[in-house]
Write a protein that binds this ligand. Structure first.
Ligand code: AHR
Length: 664
């Protein structure tokens, strides 16, 4: 029998346990995440998380397209832009630019003539590259050049990679003929430099014409000639993107219609791709980039190949007869849209038709007899107004009849709400549009507050393509915007809402994708690079965590019993990875404090004893990654032990956490 004292100790102990229980219960009740595994929802589209590529910020030439020579064919309006004359002897040689444009219409009408006198020790020109030329110690580069001998012995050209007086590689090409021919040589870099130049010199007497000067890394993605920059493609592939939208963005539209992106001029032999100005060249007075042109070395064929390489559905966006409405707003008359529509038809044929058809043959000749299986195209970029609807309608009528299985992406304009937005949604819904592209470049707070944006969207009719979004730390188009943790964390909170509504939101992509640290016009961007290095921003890691942990079927999530997202600064979404038989829970804690929560995997299925977590966090909302510190904010993987279907978990302050649990 227990004594009085013993009893009172037990009573007090019991009381204490009850109090602790109560406290725990209160804490749990405040942050309890219930994942309803027994109520699986809609399938998660494979395209939910994808990529938006635009040739902005030197994203193509000088970026993903690793040609080291800027203005390689002397076709910039100033044919010598990027080039400087070099003469190593007296008397000096003559160097002139010739234009055969008046003789025949060609995409590549300019070339350079070097006429050197007897005793010439080296005359020619140096290319500055894209804010320098990047070479890596021990790596090999293919130099190529078109040459024709005009007169004299004109024995050979000497080629050098140099940084100031430092010679980093050299080669020779010789035996020139009277006809244009391409000559190649391999240069191995003796040291690393991101700011080198390439010099081409005629040594000895004679006259030669030169054109299409190229220095190309051998080490490209898949080691392809004319292939893409390996580190950048790897960053993209690591995201397991569901789609790749290309080539933009406003670049599709052009400032004027004659500067619009025309896909047909971007395929075939490199020297037949017609260069145009990049519309970002002059867009922002505070970030003018007079040397920004599009060589189209990265053209439509390469975009399709890239999509295939990274396992993404290609999504080309076509001009619909409208130039950028922030610039000229030039319109192609409605009755003259045939040419634009024919471009769309021919593009679908180029991508999908058998190799024995007109356009399929062109694809096959470029090296891809198999169709690319294009499933969707965009009609116009960020257009608005009745002018857009009228034009979309004409496109849709023809394309839907001819290719009923090709999905059409249409535009909701540049803002996430307002008159233009409402007008477009109403009209496009009435037209039975497939996918409507919404853009939001908003403050971080907007992203946190709009995690429920799609909760009440109609469940029938057009699907949403959140085609361009990024939190702006200062304001849209401000050069002071940063890719900081506050922006990325706010986007993570918002993305939980995109995923929870994946029955309505079919596709999403952050924009823009790339920025060259020395040559950008727009910030923030998901991936930054210089001539040799690159890094993913915190925003990149948010996207990547969501994308690689996408799951195949939605699971309803309750926060403290409610299906309202973002309560108590906690945002959550969950899905089932059916092939892997795993539950995936993604939780965002925007609070500056740790949050103890209980996770309840509700339903008859038992969870395994261990799980994997990926935590992306920083106590500093201003934290950014950089070339020198590329993973300051990067996910940390950890194994956890779970006590059962209901288990306690502590959310790190200011974090995105992904939890993967096996289902037995
Ligand atoms: O992503 C940068 C630009 O923002 C895109 O080109 C355009 O579509 C939007 O206005």
């Amino acid at each position: 029998m227990k004594t009085r004292t013993e009893l009172s100790v037990w009573t007090r102990l019991l009381g204490l346990i009850c109090v602790i229980g109560l406290v725990t219960q209160v804490t749990l009740a405040q942050a309890n995440i219930t994942v309803q595994v027994d109520k699986p929802g809609a399938p998660v589209p494979k395209t939910l998380f994808g990529l938006f590529f635009e040739d902005i910020n030197f994203g193509a030439d000088g970026g993903l397209y690793p040609e080291r020579i800027k203005n390689r064919s002397f076709e910039f309006p100033n044919p010598m832009m990027g080039w400087t004359k070099v003469d190593r002897s007296e008397p000096k040689a003559q160097l002139h630019v010739f234009d055969q444009g008046s003789i025949k219409d060609t995409a590549n009408s300019h070339y350079v003539r070097i006429k050197a006198p007897a005793g010439n020790k080296g005359s020619g020109l140096t290319n500055e590259g894209f804010r320098g030329i990047g070479v890596e110690k021990g790596a090999e580069y293919t130099f190529s050049i078109m040459v024709r001998r005009v007169d004299g012995p004109a024995g050979h050209l000497r080629v050098e990679i140099n940084e100031g007086d430092r010679l980093l590689g050299e080669a020779r090409v010789s035996n020139f003929t009277k006809d244009w021919k391409t000559y190649t040589a391999t240069l191995r870099a003796s040291d690393t430099s991101s700011k080198a130049g390439l010099t081409v010199l005629l040594e000895g007497e004679g006259t030669v014409d030169i054109d299409m000067v190229s220095l190309y890394p051998k080490d490209t993605y898949q080691n392809r000639p004319n292939g893409l920059r390996k580190d950048l493609v790897t960053l993209l592939k690591d995201m397991k993107p569901g789609f790749l939208r290309f080539p933009g963005g406003c670049i599709v539209e052009g400032r004027y219609l004659d500067q619009r992106y025309q896909w047909k001029t971007t395929i075939g032999d490199l020297d037949e791709r017609r260069l145009i100005i990049n519309r970002w060249n002059t867009e922002f007075n505070w970030r003018l980039t007079p040397d920004y042109y599009q060589s189209f070395g990265l053209g439509y064929y390469e975009y399709f190949l890239l999509s295939e390489d990274i396992g993404a559905e290609p999504l080309p966006i076509l001009n619909c007869g409208m130039a950028c409405q922030f610039n000229s707003s030039e319109l192609a008359p409605l009755e003259d849209l045939d040419h634009y529509i024919q471009d769309a038809i021919d593009l679908i044929e180029f991508a999908n038709a058998p190799a024995n058809t007109e356009w399929g043959r062109k694809r096959a000749q470029m090296g891809h007899p198999r169709p690319f299986n294009l499933k969707m195209i965009g009609i116009g970029n960020e257009q608005w107004g009745p002018q857009y609807v009228e034009r979309y309608e004409v496109f849709a009528k023809v394309l839907k009849q001819k290719y009923p299985n090709v999905q059409l992406v249409s535009s909701a304009g540049p803002s996430p709400d307002g008159e233009r937005f409402d007008f477009l949604w109403e009209k496009l819904r009435a037209l039975n549009a497939d996918l409507i592209d919404e853009h939001y470049y908003m403050a971080p707070k907007w992203f946190r507050e709009n995690a429920g944006r799609y909760d009440n969207y109609p469940r029938t009719g057009p699907k949403v393509f959140a085609g361009e979004y990024a939190a702006q730390s200062v304001g849209i188009a401000s050069p002071d915007n940063k890719n900081n943790w506050e922006c990325a964390l706010s986007e993570a909170a918002f993305i939980t809402g995109l995923e929870r509504n994946a029955d309505v939101v079919a596709m999403t992509s952050y924009a823009p994708l790339f920025g060259h640290v020395d040559a950008w016009q727009w910030t923030p961007n998901m991936i930054w690079f210089d001539n040799l290095r690159s890094y993913g921003t915190p925003n990149y890691y948010v996207q990547r965590l969501f994308s690689v942990n996408r799951g195949t079927r939605l699971l309803p999530v309750l926060l403290d019993g409610s299906n309202k997202n973002g309560q108590g600064e906690v945002y959550a979404t969950a899905s089932l990875d059916e092939p892997a038989r795993e539950v995936i829970v993604k939780v965002v804690n925007t609070a500056a404090t740790a949050k103890p929560i209980t996770i309840d995997i509700a339903g008859p299925k038992r969870v395994g004893k261990t799980g994997n977590t990926f935590v992306l966090a920083s106590s500093d909302l201003k934290a950014e990654n950089s070339l020198d510190n590329p993973t300051r904010v990067a996910p940390v993987e950890r194994q956890i032990t779970v006590s059962g279907n209901q288990f306690p978990f502590t959310l790190t302050p200011q974090s995105l956490t992904v939890i993967r649990l096996a289902l037995r």
